[in-house]
Design a protein around this ligand. Structure first.
Ligand code: IPD
Ligand code: CA
Ligand code: CA
Length: 265
């Protein structure tokens, strides 16, 4: 295993320990509001501190983009970290949340870890070496027909200006697929595309830390990830379409048809 991956797994598991330790006394957690529908708890902060401590001890020169503490510039490597993806779920004890850690090398995603501490599911991928779920090779699904596909999405619950566009895309994809799930953790949604539990996924207005690890998982599991133009700028635009290659190719045009000019990428 690549030494970077070892460190990333250690960091994700430590953050997972913090998350699990507080799960039985959620009512006692200190919670702040970052914006409308945007909460952060002491668990998000503590989990991120654990991750950063481990990275700093092993790779003090690496750059960082972390949700709660921001950016630190560094050498050719950059860690993209969401210490707790699915905070709203977590704060309600709704069992769908994860730790997401990706490592870029010279601007290219190189390593990815998404860890679900509740189910002890560890999703990993190293560029060029495939993707694993708990050390077993994982692949995207082989569903070809959209009518048999199960899709994931996220609501634009913080950016209401995108609600109309999302509802239009939802209407058409709901009526052309087997169903649409909104589970509440984009990182896990993408990991589920990678392991074949979902056949496709789309969401508007995510952040790089929600997407980076999941995107590499999907690519290494044989799937496709793109922005709304079908390009590779999803970490910058935050707009993501993903799926097995067949389903990706089928949902992208539907989504494109319903996006206004400011959401064309
Ligand atoms: C959120 C989750 C959610 C998505 C939101 C994200 P957070 O991350 O991934 O599924 O719909 O847009 O912000 O805030 O819980 O880390
Ligand atoms: Ca997130
Ligand atoms: Ca988060």
């Amino acid at each position: 295993m690549h030494p970077l991956m070892n460190t990333a797994i250690k960091a994700a598991r430590r953050a997972g320990n913090v998350i699990m330790r507080h799960l039985d006394h959620l009512e006692r957690l200190a919670i702040e509001t970052k914006g409308r529908n945007d909460f952060v708890s002491e668990v998000d902060h503590q989990a991120e501190l654990e991750i950063l401590g481990i990275i700093h001890a092993a790779y003090p020169d690496h750059g960082i983009l972390a949700e709660e503490s921001g950016r630190k510039s560094g050498n050719d490597y950059r860690w993209i970290i969401d210490p707790l993806d699915g905070t709203t779920n977590y704060l309600h004890g709704f069992p769908q949340f994860a730790v997401s850690i990706a490592i870029e090398h010279r601007g290219r995603l190189a390593q990815a870890v998404v860890f679900d501490p509740l189910r002890n599911e560890l999703f990993t991928a190293s560029r060029g070496s495939g993707a694993q779920l708990n050390e077993r090779r994982m692949r995207v699904s082989q569903i070809v027909n959209l009518e048999f596909a199960l899709l994931g999405t996220g609501f634009p619950f913080r950016a209401e200006k995108h609600l109309e566009a999302w509802i239009n895309s939802f209407r058409v994809l709901l009526t052309h697929s087997s169903g649409v799930r909104r589970a509440g953790s984009a990182a896990l949604d993408l990991a589920y595309v990678a392991c074949g539990r979902l056949d496709g996924f789309w969401e508007i207005g995510l952040n790089a830390w929600d997407i980076a690890a999941g995107a590499l998982l999907i690519e290494e599991a044989g799937g496709l990830v793109g922005d709304f133009a079908g390009g590779q700028e999803f970490l910058d635009t935050g707009n993501v379409v993903a799926g097995n290659p067949q389903i990706y190719g089928k949902i992208l045009p539907f989504i494109q048809a319903h996006m206004p000019p400011d959401l064309k990428r």
